[in-house]
Write a protein that binds this ligand. Structure first.
Ligand code: NOJ
Ligand code: MG
Length: 566
C-alpha cells in the first residue's frame, strides 16, 4: 500500500470566504418517487412543494430535481421530448414557478437536471430530422450503413450502447442509422451542428430566466464522438461478451477533446448569466463517470485558465459495500486530496438513482458512519432522497420494472435494474408509506416501510434522520469556522478497522471515528484535550453532549462518533 494511504495529513494556509455552494448539501429528488400530491401513483411538483419545509428542517441548502420535463418516460425522464415543458403527470409551468418561488422564500436553491447528450425519439427535432426537414437534417448523428459480407446493410462501426448491443439503430424512413449511446429511444444529438449549440444555450437561458440556480448536466462524457467514426479498440476485459459495453475501450465515444471545450464554453455562458442578471452564483455540476484525470478536467484546467463545472461528481464512494474497509475509503479520499487542484472544490456522495441504496450496500449499521464521512469532509455533500433515513432497496419484480437498462431480459433483471433504488420515499407507516393516498404507485412501495420511515425516525431521538440533521448543522458550523493560521485534515486508521478523519482549524478539532471492522474496537484520543460528543450513530452508546472519559471511545461494529475538543 502507498504509505500515504496509511496516514495522510493535508495542511493549508487558512482560507475563508466560501461561495454558497462550496459547503452546501444538495438533496437529490427523483420526482416520480418523492411525493404524489394528487394520488395518481406518480410523484409531482405539488408534492415537492409540500415537502420543501421538510428539506429546510433537514438542513440542506439546495434541491436538485432529476428531470421534470415532458417525456415518454422510457428512461424516467432522461428522455426529453420538450426541453421547455413540464411532464403533465408532474404538473405545469405554473407549478414549477410556484416551486421556485416557494423554495427561494425558504432559502433553498433549485437545481435542474439538464440532459444535453440525447433527446427522446418523440422530440419534434428528431421527428423533423427523420424526415430531413430543412434546418433539422443534422440535429442527430445520421450515418449510412456499410454493406456487410453477406450484402446486408450493417452499422457503420463497432460502437456499442452502454445498455448493450450496437449503438446504431436503423431508421426506415430516413434509410440511415442514428447513434444512441443509451436506449434506442434516446438518440444522441449532434454537437457538430451549430443549431444544436444554440438550442441548448437557449434552453439553459429559458430556465435561468425562470429563476433556477443551476444545472446538473447529464452524461457529459458522451456528448461528442470521433468525427471520423473510427472503430473502438477491444478492451480485452476478461469475461465480457461482445455485446457488452465493457468489451470496447471507449477512446472514440467518451471524453473527447471537444466535450471539455463545450463544458468550458457553457461555464462561461453561465458565469456571464450570473454577472449580467446579478444574484447568487448559478452553478454547473457535471455527471461524468470516468477516470479521475478526466473528472478533474471537467472542473477545468489545472491552472484554472479555463473553468468547467463548479464540481464534477465524485463517484469514488459509490462502490462502498459491506466489504469496505478503512483502506478503501482512504484511497478515495487521498486520491481526491492529491489529484484535485486546490483551486477546486471537492464533492462527496455515496448514492444516487443509478446505484443501489447505501443501506443495502453497506448494511444498515454503517449508514450513519457514511453520512458522517460525506458531511464532515471539505466540499459539497450530495444526498439522494431517502439516504437520510437509511431507506433500503425496494422490491421490484421483472414484470413491475421500468428501467430500460434492465427490462426485456428477466434473467438479468435483478443484476441490472435501477428500479430498486427508485421505489417511493417512505414518509410514514400509513398506506403506501404516505407517498400518496392509496392509488397504485408506479413502482411498488417497499414492504420495509413499517420498519424504516421518516415519521418514526422524527419521533425517535436516536435515528438515522436525527443523526443526519445534526450532521447538516455541524457541516455549516465547520464551514463557518475561521482559522488564523492553518486549516487541514488528517485521515488515519487506514490499515486498521477504525477509520478516523479529523478536521483542524488551528487548535480546534473535529474528529470522526468509524468502526468498519467485525469486532468491538477501542480508539484513543489525544490525552491533552477534553473531547465532547457532537453526533453519534444510532447504535452507539454515546450521546450528543457527552464528555469522553479517559480519552478513549469504544465502538461496536458499525458505530461512529464525531467529537470535538472545543
Ligand atoms: C445518467 C442518469 O443518471 C441515468 O439515470 C440515465 O439513465 C442516463 N444518464 C442517460 O440519460
Ligand atoms: Mg401525482
Amino acid at each position: 500500500m502507498d504509505p500515504r494511504l496509511l496516514f495522510f495529513v493535508l495542511t493549508i494556509a487558512a482560507v475563508h470566504c466560501k461561495d454558497w455552494w462550496q459547503s452546501a448539501t444538495f438533496y437529490q429528488v427523483y420526482p416520480r418517487s418523492f411525493k404524489d400530491s394528487d394520488n395518481d401513483g406518480t410523484g409531482d411538483l405539488q408534492g415537492i412543494i409540500q415537502k420543501l419545509d421538510y428539506l429546510v428542517e433537514t438542513g440542506v441548502q439546495a434541491v436538485w430535481l432529476s428531470p421534470i420535463y415532458q417525456s415518454p418516460m422510457v428512461d424516467g425522464g432522461y428522455d426529453i421530448s420538450d426541453y421547455r415543458a413540464i411532464a403533465p403527470e408532474y404538473g405545469t409551468l405554473e407549478d414549477f414557478k410556484q416551486l421556485v418561488q416557494s423554495a427561494h422564500d425558504k432559502g433553498l436553491k433549485v437545481i435542474l437536471d439538464f440532459v444535453p447528450n440525447h433527446t427522446s425519439d418523440q422530440h419534434e427535432w428528431f421527428q423533423k430530422s427523420v424526415s430531413r426537414e430543412a434546418g433539422y437534417e443534422d440535429y442527430y448523428l445520421w450515418v449510412d450503413g456499410k454493406v456487410g459480407d453477406d450484402g446486408q446493410i450493417v452499422p457503420p462501426n463497432n460502437w456499442l450502447s452502454l445498455w448493450r448491443n450496437s449503438g446504431w439503430e436503423w431508421n426506415e424512413v430516413r434509410q440511415q442509422y442514428y447513434l444512441h449511446q443509451f436506449s434506442s429511444k434516446q438518440p444522441d444529438l449532434n454537437y457538430r451542428s451549430a443549431s444544436v449549440h444554440n438550442e441548448m444555450k437557449d434552453t439553459m437561458k429559458f430556465w435561468l430566466d425562470l429563476g433556477v440556480d443551476g444545472f446538473r448536466v447529464d452524461a457529459v462524457p458522451h456528448i461528442y464522438e470521433d468525427a471520423q467514426l473510427r472503430d473502438e479498440p477491444l478492451s480485452n476485459n476478461s469475461g465480457v461478451d461482445p455485446n457488452n459495453y465493457d468489451y470496447l475501450d471507449h477512446v472514440y465515444t467518451k471524453d473527447q477533446f471537444e466535450t471539455f471545450q463545450l463544458i468550458y464554453d457553457w461555464r462561461d455562458f453561465i458565469d456571464n448569466y450570473t454577472a449580467t442578471a446579478g444574484g447568487d452564483t448559478r452553478i454547473f455540476m457535471t455527471e461524468s463517470a470516468t477516470s479521475i484525470e478526466n473528472v478533474i478536467l471537467y472542473y477545468g484546467t489545472a491552472t484554472g485558465s479555463r473553468l468547467g463545472a463548479h464540481f464534477s461528481f465524485n463517484f469514488y464512494l459509490l462502490g462502498a459495500d459491506e466489504s469496505y474497509k478503512p483502506a478503501d475509503i482512504c484511497s478515495s479520499v487521498v486520491l481526491w486530496a492529491i489529484d484535485l487542484p486546490s483551486i477546486y472544490t471537492a464533492n462527496w456522495l455515496t448514492g444516487n438513482h443509478d446505484n443501489h441504496r447505501v443501506a443495502t450496500r453497506v448494511g444498515p449499521r454503517n449508514v450513519d458512519g457514511y453520512n458522517m464521512l460525506i458531511s464532515i469532509m471539505d466540499g459539497v455533500t450530495i444526498t439522494y432522497m431517502g439516504e437520510e433515513i437509511g431507506q433500503e432497496n425496494g422490491q421490484v419484480t421483472c414484470a413491475q420494472g421500468h428501467d430500460p437498462s434492465a427490462i426485456g431480459n428477466c434473467s438479468t433483471f435483478d443484476d441490472l435494474t435501477r428500479d430498486f433504488e427508485r421505489t417511493p420515499f417512505q414518509w410514514d407507516d400509513s398506506v403506501n408509506a404516505g407517498f400518496n393516498e392509496g392509488a397504485e404507485t408506479w413502482l411498488p412501495v417497499s414492504d420495509k416501510y413499517n420498519e424504516t420511515n421518516l415519521a418514526d425516525q422524527q419521533k425517535n431521538n436516536k435515528s438515522h434522520y436525527h443523526t443526519y440533521q445534526k450532521l447538516m448543522k455541524l457541516k455549516q458550523t465547520i464551514a463557518n469556522q475561521v482559522a488564523n493560521e492553518t486549516t487541514g485534515f488528517t485521515i488515519g486508521g487506514c490499515d486498521a478497522n477504525v477509520l478516523f478523519y479529523e478536521k483542524q482549524f488551528d487548535d480546534l478539532k473535529y474528529r470522526l471515528v468509524f468502526n468498519l471492522g467485525p469486532q468491538q474496537e477501542t480508539t484513543y484520543l489525544d490525552a491533552k484535550d477534553r473531547y465532547t460528543v457532537l453526533v453519534s450513530s444510532v447504535n452507539s452508546t454515546y450521546e450528543t453532549g457527552q464528555i469522553i472519559e479517559d480519552s478513549q471511545i469504544v465502538l461496536a461494529p458499525g458505530d461512529s462518533v464525531i467529537v470535538t475538543n472545543q
